[in-house]
Design a protein around this ligand. Structure first.
Ligand code: PGA
Length: 250
C-alpha cells in the first residue's frame, strides 16, 4: 500500500471550492483504494466542510500548536484537530520552518500530536546540497531532535516525508532524482534504526515530496523506494491528481 498525502497548502479560498475539491479527491481515492491510501491535509478552516462532504476521505491538518495553554491566540490545538476528525497532521513542513519553526518547536508539536494519538507526518529536508555531504547532518538534526525522546512504541504513529527545500513549490530549482530520494531514504531508515530497532524503523513509512507530478510519481516509488508521496500543487489540479494516482496504483 502506498500513501498519497495531498497537501492543499493555503487553498482553496472558499468552502464551496473546498467541497468540490473534496468530492473529486474522494472519488479518486475510492478508485485506487486497493493500492493507494489517500490522506487530504486541508486548511483548518475547511476541516469541517471536507469531513461533511466527503465522509470517506481520510483527513489531516497542516500544522498544530506546540502549546498547551489557551493563551495561544491564532493557534489550533491537537485536541481541536482530534475533535474535527483529523487523523493525521503535518509538522515541520519547510514552509512552516521558513516562518520560524525550529527543530525544538517541531519536537513540541510532535509531543502534542502523540498525546492525542494523531498520526504524525514529520517533514524533513535540506536547504541545499553540497558535494561533501554536510547536508546529511541537517537531516540528522531534524530527525534526532524530534525523535530522541519518543518511546519506541510511539513510532508506529510516525510517517516521515523527505522534502528537499530546493524541490518544493513554485520556487523549486529542480526535482530530486529517484536515486537521490533512495539514498536519503536509506539514510533516514538508518537513523530510525539507531533510535529504535530495525523492525520498528522498517515499519515507518518514508515518503518523498517536492514537485511530484503525474510524470515522475511512479519513479519515486519504484526506483526511489519511497513508501508514498506528499503532493502539494498537483493535489489541487484534479485531472493531474487522477493521472498521478493511477500511475501508482500497482
Ligand atoms: P509541491 O509541494 O508538490 O507543490 O512541490 C510539496 C509540499 O509542499 O509538500
Amino acid at each position: 500500500m502506498k500513501l498519497l498525502i495531498a497537501n492543499w497548502k493555503m487553498a482553496p479560498e472558499t468552502p464551496a471550492q473546498a467541497k468540490l475539491l473534496a468530492k473529486a479527491t474522494a472519488a479518486i481515492a475510492r478508485t485506487h483504494k486497493k493500492n493507494v491510501a489517500f490522506v487530504a491535509c486541508v486548511p483548518f478552516v475547511h476541516l469541517t466542510t471536507v469531513a461533511a462532504t466527503a465522509r470517506t476521505l481520510v483527513l489531516g491538518a497542516q500544522d498544530v500548536s506546540a502549546g498547551l495553554n489557551i493563551a495561544s491566540t491564532g493557534q489550533v490545538s491537537a485536541g481541536m484537530l482530534k475533535s474535527l476528525n483529523a487523523a493525521y497532521c503535518i509538522i515541520g513542513h519547510s514552509e512552516s520552518r521558513a516562518r520560524g519553526d525550529t527543530n525544538e518547536l517541531v519536537k513540541a508539536k510532535l509531543e502534542r500530536l502523540l498525546e492525542k494519538k494523531i498520526q504524525i507526518i514529520l517533514c524533513v529536508g535540506e536547504k541545499s546540497r553540497d558535494v561533501q555531504g554536510w547536508y546529511l547532518s541537517e537531516i540528522k538534526d531534524q530527525i534526532e531532535t524530534a525523535l530522541l525522546e519518543v518511546p519506541k512504541a510511539a513510532l508506529k504513529r510516525l510517517i516521515i516525508a523527505y522534502e528537499p527545500l530546493w524541490a518544493i513549490g513554485s520556487a523549486a530549482t529542480r526535482v530530486a532524482t529517484p536515486a537521490e530520494c533512495r539514498e536519503m531514504i536509506i539514510f533516514i531508515r538508518k537513523l530510525l534504526t539507531d533510535l529504535s530497532d530495525e523492525k520498528t524503523a522498517r515499519a515507518v513509512p518514508i515518503l518523498y515530496g517536492g514537485s511530484v507530478d503525474e510524470e515522475n510519481a511512479a519513479s519515486f516509488i519504484t526506483e526511489g523506494e519511497a513508501g508514498g508521496l506528499l503532493v502539494g500543487r498537483v493535489s489541487l489540479a484534479i485531472k493531474q491528481l487522477a493521472v498521478l494516482a493511477k500511475s501508482i496504483n500497482f
